[in-house]
Design a protein around this ligand. Sequence first.
Ligand code: GLV
Ligand code: MN
Ligand code: MN
Length: 412
Amino acid sequence: MNLKINTAQLSSELETLAGFSDAPAPAVTRVVFSETDRRARRYVKELCANAGLTVREDAVGNTFARWLGSEPGLPAIGTGSHIDAIPNAGRYDGTVGVLGGLEAIRALQRGGFRPRRSIELVLFTSEEPTRFGIGCLGSRLLSGTLDVAKASGLKDKEGKSLDEWRAAAGFAAELRSVALPRGHYAGFVELHIEQGPLLEQHGTALGVVTAIAAPSSLRIWVEGEGGHAGAVLMPGRRDALSAAAEITLAVEAAAKNSGAIDTVGTTGVCDVFPGAINSIPVRVRLEIDVRDTDEARRDTVLAHIQASCDEIAGRRRVAIRTEMINADPPATCDQQIVSALVAGAAKHHLSCEYMVSRAYHDSLFMARIAPVAMLFIPCRGGYSHRPDEFASPEAITHGTLGLAEALAELAA
Ligand code: GLV
Ligand code: MN
Ligand code: MN
């Protein structure tokens, strides 16, 4: 089969998709279920329909575009990623896996390939935790990893629930209908930018992912005592933000001191109440992300953070409450899909190396119900989750080609 990627079309579609943004270019902000996200979804669905794919949406907005195989009763091969983007992000995170997945399907169609298993492109809802505080919402529900009642109870910062948001976006069915059984997919493979610098540094075209690191997120509330910034003297203060500042330093220290370079800890959210320059902070909400390739080591770091919170609370006479939002195990990729990716790269003389994904992806949860693997492409400087995120059309083409070859092998 003579596989050819239409780089110009794919680049132009990525550019159009980047235009659905609530931040000025080059930044992209596309939070799940916002009007912008809904317009972007319509655009992607239209592209899928134009490619002759049958589109279905589930109750949380996961979107499936299926190319029917000659034996449609067989479990399908899935591919895809997400199109939501964190505030002030770039244009390639997730979107390369969705539009690259679509282009891989179109390239196979143009090449005259006829799949035996159906090939299904999946656009997952809310891979990013921006609105509801938990990442991979769609794939967690799809894989039965997240309890439906717990999901229904999720609220955004304004107190609007997931059920309200999805109803407003036109997804009204029962959430419990989202889960798919093990065996629904014969395999799932996700194309993504690396989001780290290794492929670029090594001059390697493709990264074949063998494992995905274990993520966790923690929400912490600190409650102190407010008051007048001029009138309350320093010795009597119970400043919630000063306590929270110590917690962020404790997070950094716990990650740094884990003994392994693979441990990372980040405090990415700090909401201060009442947030006035002349008022002592009475309440702070922190959101903290801790990850590691080793689950036990990550859990040790989480325990150190908890111990620091207890110590800080006692010493500063503030109340500190911690809530574990998620603490997920890592995923191991499937050897057969890994081999299909390596063989696909070799067919086109593309260099590849094995790697671990330090970022999480929907594949982490798809691994609960199907064999999975991921294909990474280099991105400039390893930059991601920032506006200057960049993957070259050449790199995207390589990834799409490698993905298409693997899909062909797995669906044959
Ligand atoms: C995904 O966006 C992650 O934070 O790893
Ligand atoms: Mn991301
Ligand atoms: Mn992503």
